[in-house]
Design a protein around this ligand. Structure first.
Ligand code: ZN
Length: 179
């Protein structure tokens, strides 16, 4: 396994749509293993392939002991009920802002072997899954922020305040993980 460099905001790959995976082969399994290792080293709760410069629809996650890699996710349903909470992103190290998300979601995904499954999530896992699906579509968490928070984020980025991603900046002051 290998640690992969995490792309930061400003890298155009973060604004591109990742392509469907068609080959469930050894290269896909290795990518998933490397992404899991990279995500854990950065103390993040999720990582999308775009964030390591690969435009394939793959992401890894780890929430409350449940970890894995999912491929070609399709969002089937989200709850109208929302959850408050702070959110961060490994591509914006050190930045955390309030970001409202649906409380529950239902997804159809494939595992790295290509087997299809349906996933029902709640709480933090839903936040992570929706954040990663956004990444695969070139959407970033700052797109969801209140206008004043987005302006604050852009000001801090321009001021060079993004932390070094290798400094373990994957956790916010309140313990919330970056995804
Ligand atoms: Zn992210």
């Amino acid at each position: 396994m290998a640690l992969l460099p995490i792309r930061l905001f400003g890298d155009p790959v973060l604004r591109e749509r990742a392509a469907e995976v068609t080959d469930f082969d050894a290269a896909l399994r290795r990518l998933a293993d490397d992404m899991l290792e990279t995500m854990r080293a950065a103390e993040g709760a999720g990582l999308a392939a775009n964030q390591v410069g690969v435009l394939r629809r793959v992401f890894t996650y780890e929430v409350e002991g449940d970890a894995g890699a999912w491929v070609n996710p399709e969002l089937l349903d989200v709850s109208e009920e929302l959850q408050p909470g702070e959110e961060g992103c490994l591509s914006f190290p050190g930045l955390f802002y309030p970001c409202e998300r649906p409380l529950r979601a239902r997804l159809r995904v494939r595992d790295v072997a290509g087997d299809e499954r349906t996933v029902d999530s709640e709480g933090l896992l839903t936040r992570v899954l929706l954040h990663e699906i956004d990444h695969l579509n070139g959407i970033l968490f700052i797109d969801h922020l209140a206008r004043h928070d987005r302006k604050d984020a852009m000001r801090r980025i321009r001021a060079g305040e993004l932390e070094d991603p290798r400094a373990g900046a994957g956790t916010g002051a309140g313990g919330e993980p970056a995804v």
